[in-house]
Design a protein around this ligand. Structure first.
Ligand code: 3PG
Ligand code: MG
Length: 398
């Protein structure tokens, strides 16, 4: 696979380079247009800076959210262009469409060292189309803008989308530094993790994590389960979970996993149970055997944090994906914070896999440098650990 360094070695001054980035950043729910965590934008900066400083005409493309194949002002990348300009300390030109007349004119007018961001890729049906021809047609429009393609959108490499999978077949293609680093770390964790290997999983749904649990169980010493998904496991153990998140159709699957794991899946022992999903809710810490019928669990309790921290403390490798509770609401952040802090203290290598957990690290003000690696891709890193082929990586390898 060719890399950005190869491209820089070939010389890019005056050449147009199309960069797929993952600028799918979260926004502050209370203040529209305000980015709550710009980690993904910062992660791609080295690639953009290197190209800009080498005199390339840089065309950046990304998706944001999940608009339905047509322009939707809710998902405009305009605020991200502004933020990217601040981070680059040089203006970022913004095109109000992706492959339309504004984009074409702005691409044509680019001068050496300028950076242009195209509007949200997903405002176009072709980006995510299942139909190969529809994707290829959109990819051809994107590819016509440039001489070279660089993929540094690790968070999107698991998507068989036009900008990720089809454009590289039309242009000389190169992997950016972020994609290379992420793949190297995940290869290390999945092929030769130093033992003991502890995996911490949270987030809301078991169904999203089922494949990765199955793939990891044979490899891990302990799998710690928190977040909304723990309630389906607790129910499978015979506990009542009140109004907590529950995937009823997954209970028997969870029971089978618990049996297969023979004690290696570790569940919370106490829960912060709230009257409603709100920062102002009434709440108590209860044992998992005593979750009241009218309450919902929004975090793991302190005894669970202590139990998880103890297990984590002896690990040589930790992979963590998914918050332990609703960390965005202050009363329910302690579980995620406690587990994250325990991970920072290990004498070994830790990987924070993905979107929500990476955002949690920064939102909670934890020291990012205390983790071995913080991934920018939640879904992508899970699919890698499941052993799936990642379309974006495959396309770069061709
Ligand atoms: C993510 O947030 O996981 C990536 O940006 C991919 O987004 P998607 O899940 O909407 O494809
Ligand atoms: Mg996601």
């Amino acid at each position: 696979m060719k890399t950005l360094d190869d491209l820089l070695g070939e010389g890019v001054s005056g050449r147009r380079v199309l960069v797929r980035a993952d600028l799918n950043v979260p926004f502050d729910k209370a203040s529209p247009g305000v980015i709550s965590d710009d980690g993904r934008a910062r992660a791609v900066l080295p690639t953009l800076v290197a190209l800009r400083d080498a005199g390339a005409r840089v065309i950046v493309m990304s998706h944001l959210g999940r608009p339905k194949g047509a322009p939707d002002p809710k998902y405009t990348l305009a605020p991200v262009a502004t933020r990217l300009g601040e981070l680059l300390a040089s203006p970022v030109i913004f095109a109000s469409d992706t492959v339309g007349s504004d984009a074409s004119e702005k691409v044509a007018a680019l001068t050496d060292g300028q950076v242009l961001l195209l509007e949200n890729l997903r405002f176009n049906e072709g980006e995510t189309a299942k139909d190969d021809a529809a994707r290829a047609a959109f990819a051809a429009q994107l590819a016509s803008f440039a001489d070279f393609y660089v993929d540094d959108a690790f968070g999107a490499v698991h998507r068989k989308h036009a900008s990720v999978y089809d454009v590289p077949s039309l242009l000389p293609h190169y992997a950016g530094g972020l994609v290379l680093k992420e793949v190297e770390v995940l290869r290390r964790v999945s092929e030769s993790p130093e033992q003991p290997y502890v995996v911490v999983l949270g987030g809301s749904k078991v169904s999203d994590k089922l494949a990765v649990i199955k793939a990891l169980l044979p490899k891990v010493d302990k799998l710690l389960v928190g977040g909304g998904m723990c309630f389906t496991f607790l129910k499978a153990q015979g506990h009542e979970v009140g109004k907590s998140l529950l995937e009823a159709e997954m209970i028997s699957t969870c029971a089978a996993l618990l049996e297969e794991a023979a004690g290696r899946i570790v569940l919370p022992v106490d829960i912060v149970a709230a009257s409603e999903f709100s920062a102002d809710a009434a709440f108590d810490t209860v044992a998992v055997s005593d979750i009241p019928a009218d309450r919902l669990g929004l975090d793991i309790g302190p005894e669970s944090v202590a139990l998880f921290a103890e297990t984590i403390s002896s690990a040589k490798t930790v992979f963590w994906n998914g918050p332990m509770g609703v960390f965005e609401l202050a009363p329910f952040a302690a579980g995620t914070r406690g587990v994250a802090e325990a991970i920072t203290k290990i004498d070994g290598f830790s990987v924070v896999g993905g979107g929500d957990s990476a955002a949690a690290v920064r939102t909670l003000g934890l020291d990012e440098s205390a983790f071995g690696h913080i991934s920018t891709g939640g879904g992508a890193s899970l699919e890698y650990l499941e052993g799936k082929k990642l379309p974006g990586v495959e396309a770069l390898e061709k």
